[in-house]
Design a protein around this ligand. Structure first.
Ligand code: FUB
Length: 473
């Protein structure tokens, strides 16, 4: 068969057979914010701690990346409340942007001094950190509702910071990205000044689908869409777009547009209508990658998920011919691969398309690794390209303080074609790593989805897994 046809067939198979909502299964990952840098799609998220809560329990932020939109690498948590000496609690929504080779991660959390939410910013030389507080104090603080920062840097160098719940505020960042222009003035009846350089938008049916607060006797149903929180601000084809969580709660996603970066805004419609996804909030980001458009949002769809245990999900979309954003509905399958995974280079075990039962941990020496491996757990990667000749062996890096176990690698899911069976013996410690090379029981060529299926004594923690690599024939 023609190799291109075969490849297309295998890709189709991989797209239709793997559900990918949410895209991260090892941690809860709310408030996702995309950033594209070089040839990589990054997602910066919050972290809802495991367990049943009736409030947000959020102490750190996390980073994930992908080069193909289906296999996501966990970079751990390069920033937490401890990064900001002034922070008291509440590592809520954030966004990272790149400027002049530096990475600025804008966050919100409660300021110890005021016990109110405030906006802070940390800076790093790399998209995955380490991040340091850039100011040593909040960048902007105010009278309440200062959450959910979103930043956009224009091609002409102007940079804008928007934030707020249920008010919407804006300031113009200085070139350093860690201070703002206190002399910047927005004129017009659509704004009011709240402090030097800080402007608040007047909300009404025309600008954001409704007023900031419900008028007496009115309900949400009386308005098109009230702005609630979670703004996502960017520019496309000369038009400024501000997507936001609308409601109140439960939230859906709507947007407004303007021909200027500071309004007046014009309500433009809903993007993601209210969905039954187990979360009363939604929070979005929008980004382009490899010629495609992606809508990133959160849901409570992971097992154990809820309004306080939320996870990142992604849908691909096309703008309408007139530039408006179409209605986007959640899918179970997520998005198609826009690249392949090279099995002949070291692949971190924490690079996954899907997993069950697993967690990730950081280690000073080896970085992030996969932990909490028990009998029956598995991880899957998609669109792995073995090329024409294929491999004859596979190497894995593992550690086990106690029992060890086995890794069975299959093409497809854990009932697919067995490729290799690797016995893992105890190594003397949960972070005492060793590599094991095993011959393949059958060889693969072309593009496949793979499953790494873990076996061992039932109910016991078996081993930790750092990376894998196939060896060419
Ligand atoms: O994650 C905490 C808060 O919930 C965020 O700041 C809001 O956008 C909402 O998602």
């Amino acid at each position: 068969m023609d190799r291109n046809l075969l490849t297309a067939g295998l890709l189709l198979l991989s797209f239709s057979s793997v559900a990918q909502r949410p895209v991260i299964q090892t941690n809860f990952t709310p408030d996702p914010a995309p950033m594209v840098y070089d040839d990589t799609f990054y997602i910066y998220t919050g972290h809802d701690e495991d367990g049943e809560h009736n409030e947000f329990v959020m102490n750190e932020w996390r980073v994930y990346s992908s080069k193909d939109m289906v296999n996501w690498t966990d970079h751990g948590s390069p920033m937490s409340l401890d990064t900001f000496k002034w922070a008291e609690w509440g590592a809520w929504a954030s966004q990272c942007v790149e400027r002049d080779g530096k990475f600025f991660w804008y966050v919100c959390c409660v300021d110890k001094a005021t016990h109110d939410m405030a906006i802070g910013v940390a800076v790093a030389e790399s998209p995955t950190g380490p991040f340091m507080d850039a100011v040593g104090a909040p960048l902007v603080s105010g009278p309440g509702g200062y959450i959910d920062p979103t930043v956009f840097v224009e091609p002409n160098g102007d940079a804008w910071l928007y934030w707020g719940n249920p008010g919407l505020w804006c300031c113009k960042l200085n070139r350093d990205m860690v201070s703002y222009d206190r002399n910047f003035v927005i004129t017009g009846s659509h704004v009011e000044k709240v402090a030097d350089g800080v402007w608040k938008f007047i909300q009404n049916e025309d600008s954001f689908g409704g007023p900031e607060k419900l008028a007496e006797g009115k309900t949400f149903a009386d308005y098109k869409d009230l702005y609630e929180e979670g703004p996502w601000f960017y520019r496309r084809n000369g038009l400024y777009i501000l997507a936001y969580a609308a409601g109140g709660v439960p939230e859906h996603i709507s947007y407004s547009v303007s021909d200027k970066p500071y309004g007046p805004w014009k309500y433009a419609g809903q993007i993601m209508p209210l969905q039954d996804m187990g979360s009363f909030t939604n929070h979005c980001g929008i980004a382009d990658f490899k010629g495609n458009h992606y809508f990133i949002y959160h849901c409570g769809s992971l097992p154990g998920g809820s309004g306080f245990n939320r996870s990142t999900a992604i849908e691909q979309f096309d703008y309408n011919p007139d530039g408006t954003i179409p209605t986007i509905y959640p899918t179970k399958d997520g998005v198609e691969a826009v690249g392949t995974l090279d099995p002949y280079s070291r692949v971190e075990a924490e690079t996954m398309a899907w997993s069950e039962g697993l967690k990730t941990e950081p280690n000073d020496q080896t970085g992030i690794y996969v932990s909490e491996i028990h009998d029956g757990d598995y991880l899957q990667v998609r669109s792995v390209d073995f090329g024409d000749k294929g491999a004859d062996s596979v190497t894995v890096a593992v550690a086990s303080a106690l029992r060890g176990g086995a890794i069975d690698i299959y093409s497809g899911d854990c009932t697919g074609q067995l490729i290799a069976s690797i016995k893992v013996s105890p190594t003397g410690g949960w972070e005492k790593w060793t590599t094991i090379t095993a011959r393949l029981t059958s060889s693969l060529t072309g593009i496949h989805n793979l499953s790494f299926c873990f076996r061992g004594k039932k109910g016991c923690k078996l081993f930790n897994f750092d990376y894998w690599k196939f060896n060419r024939k």
